[in-house]
Design a protein around this ligand. Structure first.
Ligand SMILES: N[C@@H](CCC(=O)N[C@@H](CS)C(=O)NCC(=O)O)C(=O)O
Length: 219
């Protein structure tokens, strides 16, 4: 049985969306981010990323973690590439070249996009988007993100999806990382193909299912 440690309001959402897509049974063991608590090690606080029990599984003390038949994976994109490849089917690589492309797009998203997209999202979470400092930070992040977003827009000019002309784990990983940037809606305005592609990804029943569970999850 697959166990995912984490929660829907974290990077675990990407694995939880994929598991919905694959229709695989899994157990979600709720682990909260330690920064949700004043004293994460206090006795009545739920399992969290500082809990010694969780730290035995994840040396970085971060979610998500996958555990299955003795295999432990502690990086969300590695978890997703593994789950898709093991399950096979249309979301998985059909051959070695597709696997290489899926790995490339996962690394592209993690290294060129995730940090800046998350930084944008945090400005909104801190409700600083309308302050002069927030506006300046947003402008700087949008202009930094222009380079990878333009590359994606160009890719989508000649491809319907990231890899193989069909929805795969490569689209899912990238869409989940780009989602942080959607907290600043104008980010994608200059990239109409990227906008249509992400809208299609987020219309998928498995995404909606994951999202409904996320909305039902108490924060
Ligand atoms: N590169 C890691 C990053 C994991 C990560 O930073 N997870 C966050 C939640 S989205 C976390 O656990 N934060 C709580 C903490 O660091 O204590 C991955 O993609 O799995």
């Amino acid at each position: 049985m697959i166990t995912i440690y984490g929660n829907y309001h974290s990077r675990a959402s990407r694995a939880l969306w994929l598991l919905e897509e694959l229709g695989l049974p899994f157990k979600l063991r709720f682990v909260a981010q330690a920064n949700r608590f004043k004293d994460p090690l206090a006795p009545n606080v739920p399992l969290n990323t500082r809990s010694p029990e969780f730290r035995k599984l994840s040396p970085m003390g971060a979610i998500p973690v996958l555990e299955e038949d003795g295999l432990v994976l502690t990086e969300s994109l590695a978890i997703n590439l593994h789950l898709a490849r093991k399950a096979g089917g249309p979301l998985a690589p059909a051959h070695e070249n597709e696997l290489a492309q899926m790995e490339q797009w996962a690394l592209f998203a993690a290294t060129w996009i995730e940090t800046d997209a998350l930084a944008l999202s945090f400005i909104y979470r801190r409700k600083e988007q309308d302050t002069p400092e927030g506006r300046a930070e947003i402008a700087a992040l949008c202009s930094k993100l222009a380079r990878p977003l333009l590359a994606l827009e160009a890719h989508l000019g000649s491809h319907s999806h990231m890899v193989g002309g069909r929805f795969t784990v490569a689209d899912l990983n990238l869409a989940e990382i780009l989602r942080y940037g959607q907290d600043h809606p104008p980010l994608l305005d200059p990239y109409p193909r990227l906008q249509s592609w992400i809208a299609l990804c987020q219309k998928r029943p498995a995404f909606r299912e994951m999202w409904a569970k996320r909305e039902a999850e108490p924060i």
